[in-house]
Structure formats: C-alpha cells, structure tokens
Write a protein that binds this ligand. Structure first.
Ligand code: ADP
Ligand code: ZN
Length: 722
C-alpha cells in the first residue's frame, strides 16, 4: 500500500503531496483523512493522508512511521473544501486544512503542551468471591446498587479497599471519556411565533432557494426564527451550524439555544480552553451534538447530514479572516457547504451588508422580512445632537440633552447603555472645533496620519500631503489626532452623576477570562445603572430595563480610511440603538455627532436602512467599489524598500500588460507601512470579472516563492487593508 501525504510545512515549496510506503502492521488502520507521522529529510513530520493507492511513479519510497490517531480528522467533505478554499484564496493547501481544525488536532512538529482527552475512572462488579471487611462490603453494595460508580464516590469510603477489590477481581476498572463542557437538559420553552415569523420559517423549510436574507429590525425575533428552522431540521435528523460574531456569542445567546435544545448544542467560543474546544469538536464529530454555534471557524464543524446554515449579523466583518492566510470568508464557505449538502443558508441582519442586500434585490438570495418588533413594540425614538452647536455648552463630552436624558432615566430607575465609538481610533486627523477631516480627492477616503513623516496619506492610491497646523475649514488651530478613552468618560460621568453605579466594558476590563460574562450578568441583575463601553456593547445584548442608549461620538467610525466606513457607521449606530426599549418600556436613543447631516447618521433617526442602502449604492457605483466591483489586495512586503518598490512596480506592469478590464491602483504604502521591520506596499485591484486574474496571480506567487526578499500576500474582498 502507498499513501499520498500532505506534510505540515506551510510553505509554497512543499505544498504538495509526497508518496510513502505503508508497512503491513499499519495497513489496517490507514484511512484517507487521518494524521500520520513520516520522515521528511532529516525531520519527522506529521501529515494528512490524502490518498491511498497501489503504486507510485517514484521508487525508493520512505515508510510511514506511525499513525497519530485512528480517527479521521478531515472527512471527505472537508478534504474537498480545503481544495476549494485554496483555489479561491490562493493560500497553501496545508494552511487551509490547519485552519479547519481545533488546536489539538492541528499538525505540529513540536509536541510540547499536548491537549489531552480527559478520562474518569469508573468501577463495575466482577466476580464477588471471598471474605470482605466493612468498607469493602459498603463498596460492593454501592456498586451492586448503581451498576457503575465513579472513582471519587468510592474513594470517599476507602481508596485502599477499592484498590484491593480491583486486585481480587471483585471490581472492574474502566476509563470513560469525560467532556470538559457540559450542557443542561433542555426545558423546551417554545414561544408561539408571530405570523410574520412563521412565514419566514415556512419560506425556508418549504422553499427551494439556496440562500435567504432575513432582513429584520432589531428585536424583531430573528433568533426565534432561526431556532424554529433548526428544530425543523433536527426533527428530520439533520444538523445545523449557526455562525455569530464572536462578541455577540454571549452567555445570553448560548443560553437561549441551550434552553431550547439542551445538550444537542455545541457552543464554540474564545472563552473555551483548547481542551474544551477539542472536546466540543469530538462531540460534533461523533454526532453527539447536532447544532453547532460559534464564530467564524465554526463553519468548518465536522457535522454530517447538514440541514441548514444560519449566519446571524451577516454584516459583521468578523466573518472574514484577514490574517493569517487563508483569507477566507465564512459566508462564502457557508454557501459552498450549503450547496454540497443541499442545505439552505440563511443570512440574517437588521442592517444587511450592501453585498447581501444587492444579491437579495437581484434575486440571488430570497429576501425575507421582519419589519416590526415583537408585540408591536416601537423602535426607539432617536435624537441626533449636533455637537457643533453644543461647543462650550457641553459638560465635557456630554451634551445637555444627553445629560438630561440620563438623569431622567436614572430617576425612573431604568438603565443606560453608552457607546464610545473607538473604531479606527486616532489614525486620522480631525478638527476639534468643527469636526473637519482630511479626505483623499481621488478616493473619498479619510487620509491616514503617518506620525513618522508627519504626513497624511491615502493608502488606497498613495495620494499624500503634509499635515496643516490650522484647520482649512474653520481656520482654528485645533487639529488633533487624539481621542478619548472609556476611563476618561467614566470619570466625567461620575462628576455628573456621583451616585450612579457605572460599569465599563472594553478591551481592558474584559481581557480576563469570564469578565465579559460577569459584566453582562451583573448589569442584567441591575447591579449597575450605566453600562459604558466600546463596540462590545452594540451587539446581541437583550436587557429589559435599558431605555436609553447614548452614543458619545458617532463620528470616529465615519472617519476611518475605508470605503465601508459609512456602512459600518450606519450599522453600528442602528445596532446599538436597537438595545434600547426592547421590553415593556419605550426606549430612546441619543447620538452625538459633528456631522448631523451625514446620511449615515441622519438616516438612523428613522431606522431607515433602505434609504441608506440606496444612497450608499450610488456612491459605490460612482467610485467603483463593491458590490459593483470586486476588490483584491496584493501586499508586497520585505525589508529592503527600494528593492521592494521596484518589484512592486514590476508586478504592476505585469498586471497591466495582461489584464484589460481590471483597474489597478498603487503600489501605495500600506497604512501601517512598517510592521515588525518589514515594509509593506499594496496594489489594489478592482474588477467585475476577469478570467485571467487568478492564473496570473498564481504565476506571480510561483515566481516569488523562492525569493526570500519579497513576500506576496493576496487578499480577495479584503475587510481591512492595514
Ligand atoms: P432579534 O434577534 O431580531 O434581535 P430576538 O429573537 O432576540 O430578536 O427577539 C427579541 C425579544 O423578543 C426576545 O426577548 C425574544 O425572547 C422575544 N420574542 C421573539 N419572538 C417572540 C414571540 N414569537 N413571542 C414572544 N416573544 C418573542
Ligand atoms: Zn486615494
């Protein structure tokens, strides 16, 4: 027997299959998709068995050393999927497979901290013969009564007696796998769906479309719709994947699924240890869990018999992996797995990405709508506060209007969520007086501030200029690239409301394991009046007592140098607004901004997503951005800038010679130009369809794969270009 093995080195030079002989003692356990160890040069490496065959074109083959684990880690579907991802992202095949597996199953050269399976020791009765003392009799009676008893319970009587009984053959010892995560039984608390919800469910379970876009306002009951669809497939013996952004994978969310589906769920999130993740993976692999809830990488869950894939908050950029390679989109993979398994894919959002809504309007996705909140609850009233008019009047960062609303809310003993928008922080320059920011004349993108050279640059096209000392709009010398942190806001807040209880939720306060959960739980129990935080407070939270949401600075996300900044701002504001007034009491939202007339802010007032969509689509068409054009970023990095720029220009010329319909921009400095002592240039491609593109990019990768001075990274549909 001969096997083709893909070895663990993630290097383009060895990203191919090598043949090995299999010795007779291993033949029975060899399967496609298992891990083996093989000799490779002078090293011993792990690899995946990709194929089994009877002959090889090469003679003098080396032998497989051993089998790492008998279970298949990459089933047929995942093996095939890896190849598709390689072809779409141009990453190495090995990196595609490694990305699919939990850490415990990834191939690794160095076996330092291995992640083990945990076992519990149990005892059952063997042959009961002979004379026993009191403790021994107690133990025998207990085991007789219960059948199987865990070691700890018997050790409480007498561990030495247990050992003696095992030696005599009276007790039989057995090790049973123990999962580190455990789920309660479901309580089957099912809500009666509204007619709108019901019609969405029926469209999916009776429909023939491959993909659906569920566009439902915040609090319209999308999650209930997902659960009902999942239940339908569960009853048919089919499995489901639910993707959510990591930050909305809160205990609240997991709890809702667990209440309904009990231990049929497996929730994979970053708070799990590597061991726990490994256990969840095995439960899924063995068919013990049929509903997988997790962030991006859960799309690779080794489920058989997939019935449906749900992608919640589909507008979230967390579904795109930017680094490391493979730079895949979990949404795209959802569509591929959906197609392979004849399973519909449901994308849901209150603020769908432009790409998704454009597809829905074209009929590529079937559009499902939930235009109203549950129980006819109104969406919260939104007040937009023009901070230009509040200069001087504002107490620190708070407009009188926000102060008054907080004060009223606290008097009614209701709760407040405050968002400090930190996206794209401080890398741009703005005027503290009038809010003016510098934009690129070619790209309509905010220029990035480069501290080292004291310049402003567009990292799309390379346009650049010096930093002025005075604002060109209002003439004041109040240009600043400084921002403010949550801590500072908390201090200000305490000055205004000395008796209020405030809890902060940001990177600092949640970096310790379990803190995120704890903050949410204690806020829910009303141990605090005000939850102050970054983007973390904007998604997935459902607190009945929150009747005021305040956005301290709506503008920061508007100013990040990205063509998606308006879209991201609108969706952030509308999502965070959606946290207000979700239960009995009516909610209010206050948005503070220097750009009250900007459509991304103005249109939040009436939660007018569709108007935003139209307006933004116009801009995208004019400027040739997605969804009208696809983007592909080629990053060229290395230590020697002159050499690098020269090569980047060569690449550009080669692209220009060969591609006729593609727009080629750059090479320009990446917005973080120097990173870890490597310099980075970007070439940005905009195209509608270009059959020559992939073969040409492959050729470029091939050309540079042995050049240690140039590293090429390709990113299709980049979510950010740092
Ligand atoms: P979304 O995911 O669209 O934001 P949710 O599914 O979280 O909305 O629903 C909002 C609130 O309404 C939740 O508290 C949920 O339990 C409740 N809810 C949803 N559907 C129903 C229903 N059919 N009957 C009663 N309450 C519902
Ligand atoms: Zn530009």
């Amino acid at each position: 027997m001969i096997v083709g093995v893909l070895v663990e080195i993630t290097n383009r030079n060895v990203d191919k299959i090598f043949d090995y002989k299999v010795s007779d003692n291993l033949v029975d356990d060899i399967k496609v998709g298992i891990r083996v160890s093989v000799p490779f040069g002078r090293m011993t490496l792990e690899g995946f068995v990709m194929e089994i065959k009877s002959s090889s074109e090469l003679d003098d083959l080396k032998e497989v050393i051993d089998i790492v684990d008998k279970d298949v880690v990459l089933n047929d579907e995942l093996l095939e999927l890896g190849k598709i991802i390689r072809d779409k992202t141009l990453a190495t095949l090995m990196s595609c497979y490694q990305t699919m597996l939990p850490k415990a199953l990834k191939l690794k050269a160095k076996k330092n901290n291995t992640i083990n399976i945990k076992y519990d020791t149990y005892y059952s009765l063997g042959t009961v013969e002979g004379k026993f003392n009191d403790n021994q009799l107690k133990i025998i009676d207990l085991v007789k009564e219960k059948g199987k008893v865990i070691r700890k319970e018997l050790a409480d009587i007498s561990l030495s007696s247990v050992n003696t009984l095992v030696k005599k053959g009276v007790l039989i010892e057995e090790k049973i796998e123990h999962y580190r995560v455990d789920y309660k039984e479901e309580s089957r608390e099912i809500k009666k769906l509204t007619p709108d919800q019901e019609s969405c469910v029926n469209s999916v379970i009776n429909g023939t479309d491959k993909a659906y876009l569920l566009y439902g306002v915040t609090g319209s009951g999308k999650t209930e719709v997902y659960m009902e669809i999942i239940d339908h497939y569960l009853k048919k013996g089919k499995t489901s994947i639910v993707l959510v952004p990591e930050i909305s994978l809160t205990p609240q969310m997991i709890n809702r699924f667990q209440v309904r589906f009990g231990n049929k769920i497996a929730a994979i999130h970053s708070a799990l240890s590597d061991g726990e993740k490994y256990d969840e993976w095995r439960r899924i692999y063995r068919g013990e869990a049929s509903i997988v809830i997790g962030a991006r990488s859960a799309i690779f869950a080794p489920l058989n018999n997939l019935g449906v894939i749900i992608v919640d908050e589909e507008h979230s950029d967390s579904y795109k992996q930017s680094d490391p390679s493979p730079r895949y989109s979990a949404k795209e993979i959802a569509l591929i797995r959906g197609e392979t398994n004849h399973a519909p894919v449901v994308f849901g959002s209150a603020t769908p990405s432009l790409e998704a809504m454009a597809r829905a309007k074209k009929g590529v996705f079937k559009l499902l709508e939930l235009p109203n909140r549950i129980n006819g609850k109104k969406l919260p009233e939104v007040e937009i506060v023009d901070m230009n008019k509040n200069l001087g009047k504002s107490k620190g960062y708070f407009s009188p209007s926000l102060i008054e609303s907080i004060s009223n809310c606290l008097k009614r003993n209701e709760q407040v969520i405050l968002l400090l928008n930190r996206r794209g922080y401080a890398s741009f320059v703005s005027c503290k007086n009038c809010g003016y920011t510098f934009k690129c004349p070619n790209c309509d993108i905010t220029l990035t501030f480069h501290k080292s050279s004291n310049t402003l640059r567009c990292h799309y096209c390379g346009h650049g200029g010096k930093v002025y000392s005075k604002c060109p709009e209002c003439g004041e010398s109040s240009l600043s690239n400084l921002g403010v942190g949550t801590q500072k806001i908390e201090e200000e807040l305490l000055k205004q409301f000395p008796t209020s209880k405030i809890v902060r939720m940001d990177f600092d306060t949640t970096s310790k394991k379990g803190m995120h959960e704890k903050i949410i739980e204690s806020f829910k129990n009303h141990e605090y009046d005000i939850l102050l935080g970054t983007q973390m407070v904007s998604k997935g939270l459902d607190f009945a007592d929150v009747t005021l949401v305040g956005v301290i600075n709506a503008d920061t996300s508007l100013n990040i140098p990205d063509f998606r900044s308006s879209e991201n701002t609108f969706s952030l504001l509308d999502q965070v607004a959606g946290r207000s007034g979700r239960s009995e009491k009516e909610g209010k939202v206050i948005i503070q901004t220097f750009n009250p007339e900007h459509y991304a802010i103005k249109l939040v007032r009436n939660h007018d997503y569709l108007a935003f969509y139209e307006e933004e689509m116009n801009i995208r068409r004019k400027l040739k951005y997605p969804p009208y054009y696809y983007l592909c970023n080629i990053r060229i990095s290395g230590k020697d800038t002159n050499y690098l720029l020269n090569e980047a220009n060569k690449i550009k010329r080669s692209l220009e010679r060969n591609l006729t319909s593609t727009i080629i921009l750059g090479p320009s400095n990446a917005s973080i130009f120097k990173m870890n002592n490597t310099y980075r240039y970007n070439i940005l491609l905009k195209y509608k369809q270009d059959d020559l593109l992939i073969p040409l990019l492959n050729k470029i990768l091939e050309h540079y794969k042995t050049n240690s001075k140039v590293k090429i990274d390709i990113d299709f549909n980049p979510s950010q270009m740092l």
